[in-house]
Structure formats: C-alpha cells, structure tokens
Design a protein around this ligand. Structure first.
Ligand SMILES: Cc1cc2nc3c(=O)[nH]c(=O)nc-3n(C[C@H](O)[C@H](O)[C@H](O)COP(=O)(O)OP(=O)(O)OC[C@H]3O[C@@H](n4cnc5c(N)ncnc54)[C@H](O)[C@@H]3O)c2cc1C
Length: 290
C-alpha cells in the first residue's frame, strides 16, 4: 500500500518507527514486540537505516520479517551519506522486488569518527532533495517521505531557510513529511502554518517520543537539539527527586499523551511514534486516544 494514498483515507492514524536490534539473537524478542504492537493497527511502520554503518543490510532484512510476521505496510529509511548512486539503486531495486511501495528519503549524518570533508561525504547526493529527485525518476511509483524539522535542523542557518528546504523536498517529489521529535506542540503548529504560507499542503506527520527519565532526556538531547518546556523539566526533576525514576517515567508518558491528544484535536493527520522497540510504552501512549 502506498502511504500517500493511505494518509488521505485514514485519519487520524498511528504509525510506528522501529530500529533493527543490534544483536541477531534479540530479533525473535523484537518480532514478538512488533506482533504486540500490531494490535494498535498502525497505518504503516518504518525501519531506520544506520548512516554509513552497521545496520543497513539489517534494515531490509527486518522489513522483510515485519511484512512476513505482522503483515505491516513497511517503509524503510534510506540515507545517501557516503552512498554511490549504484548502492542507492540496488536498495531501491531490492525494495521493489520485496513489494515495498514507500521509502523515507534522508541525507543522513556524518558517521561518528569520520573526518572526511562534506564534499566527499555528500558527493553524490548533497541534500535529501537530490535523493528524492533521483528516487522519483528511478521509480515514479514509490511513495516518498522526507524528514521535517519543526524546531530547525541543527545545521540550518535559520528557521526560514529550513522552511525553504522542506518546500524544496516536496517540490522535488516527496509526498509527506515526518517530523523530528519535539516536546512543545507550538513548534509543530507554527511550522505547519509556515509551510502552508509557502503553498505546501502535503501532510506533515508529528513524531513523538516520551521522556522516560532525566537520563534518557540527556541522551536524546545529544543527538537531537529539541527544546524542552521548562515546566516539563521541573516536573521531571520534582518526580525523580521526590519519588524516583518510575515517577519521572509517568510524567513523561502523561506529557506525551497530552501532546498526542492536542495534536489530533487540532488537526494533525496522525501521530508517528518513536517506539524504541517497546510495546508497553507505546500502548500506554495511545490508549484511548486513537
Ligand atoms: C523522521 C526522521 C527519521 C530519520 N531516520 C534516520 C535514519 O534512519 N538514519 C539516519 O542516519 N538518520 C535518520 N534521521 C536523521 C537525519 O538523517 C539527519 O537529521 C540529517 O542530518 C538530515 O537529514 P535530511 O534528510 O533532513 O537532510 P537534508 O534535507 O539534506 O538537510 C540537511 C541540512 O542541509 C540543509 N539543506 C538541505 N537542502 C539544502 C539546500 N538545497 N541548500 C542548502 N542547505 C540545504 C538543511 O537545512 C539541513 O541543515 C532521521 C530524521 C528524521 C526527522
């Protein structure tokens, strides 16, 4: 099923993001988790792609297993960092053979420890928009998603520049966006409004990840420069100091549930959960909301 058409038909919807577990021996447990999550009836699930590193082959392998085990509509992520056109084309051919009809097209980041100049890292596809343009020509039938950054990408010069980049991704052929995680819904609503002002009407799906503890928040902020509302920080500190990590987890879940409720009430097309491959957490997040 192509996601662009599915998005137009089912609203509000839930979608889920998985990452391939590092160790093969963990895959059976993960697939059981995925089967539990199938009960939430996600419109689609996506599978991350390790930039320049270990889990790239695993992405397709996991997609195959998720289709076979759970019958999901699956969308692999694909990054172009350090990738030749031939490698990208092999990936696109492989997904067609598997009957996969969607891909999330990304530039990716500099692999940790790699000091090559940008011109070398991003030689073949300098920006995600270049990859999107290539995919549209290579296989015009694929549904294409793109990354969206309501609070600005870490490297972008300004919020306006980021809006222009996102508009460009849609003009090059992306059908929908999925956002980086955020903790303040105003970022999402302002972003969508600014895109509308630029003539963008394609759906932008909000990506949600709950805070699980102060330590998890610190970890998240290492790779994603999200703004955290002061009140949320205070509530987490209060809970963790007075009652311990489990209380902080509850604060994080309650905050994310409030975010989801408001996003759906105010017209977001659906919600994309960064699952961390955890069934219990996801079930708590959306129970009674979708
Ligand atoms: C939903 C989602 C899923 C993700 N999944 C993965 C994953 O599976 N694997 C992974 O490695 N990473 C993943 N990422 C992270 C992503 O690869 C990084 O954030 C990366 O730095 C940016 O990728 P992009 O596709 O947005 O790149 P781009 O759109 O190319 O943007 C990168 C930077 O270049 C700037 N830029 C873009 N186009 C132009 C232009 N024409 N002129 C000047 N500047 C420009 C942008 O403003 C931005 O600062 C994901 C991110 C999101 C939001």
């Amino acid at each position: 099923m192509r996601i662009p058409e599915a998005l137009a038909q089912k609203r509000p919807f839930l979608s889920l993001e998985f990452f391939p577990p590092k160790k093969r021996e963990d895959w059976p447990d993960f697939l059981q988790t995925a089967q539990k999550l199938a009960e939430l009836k996600p419109l689609f699930v996506s599978v991350t792609y390790g930039a320049g590193g270990s889990s790239q082959d695993k992405t397709l392998d996991l997609c195959r297993q998720l289709i076979e085990t759970c019958g999901f509509t699956v969308m692999p992520h694909l990054t172009s960092v350090l990738a030749s056109q031939e490698k990208i084309d092999r990936f696109l051919e492989a997904i067609s053979v598997m009957g996969i009809e969607n891909v999330l097209a990304l530039r990716g980041d500099r692999p940790v420890g790699n000091t090559a100049p940008d011109a070398e890292l991003f030689r073949n596809f300098p920006h995600a928009s270049d990859l999107i343009r290539h995919i549209r020509v290579f296989n015009p039938n694929l549904g294409i998603g793109a990354a969206a950054f309501p609070e600005g990408h870490a490297e972008s010069l300004s919020f306006s520049a980021d809006i222009a980049v996102m508009r460009d991704k849609f003009e090059c052929g992306a059908h929908f966006g999925i956002t980086q995680l955020f903790f303040d819904n105003r970022s999402y609503f302002d972003y969508v409004e600014r895109l509308h002002e630029q003539g963008v009407t394609a759906p932008v799906v909000p990506g949600i990840l709950p805070v699980r503890s102060l330590a998890s928040l610190r970890f998240t902020l290492k790779f994603c420069n999200a703004r955290v509302p002061g009140q949320l920080v205070n509530d987490l500190l209060d809970a963790e100091e007075k009652k311990g990590p489990e209380a902080a987890f509850e604060v994080g879940i309650a905050h994310a549930r409030k975010q989801i409720q408001e996003l759906l009430d105010r017209g977001a097309p659906g919600v994309h959960l960064y699952t961390l491959n955890r069934a219990d957490m996801c079930a708590r997040l959306v129970e009674g909301l979708l």
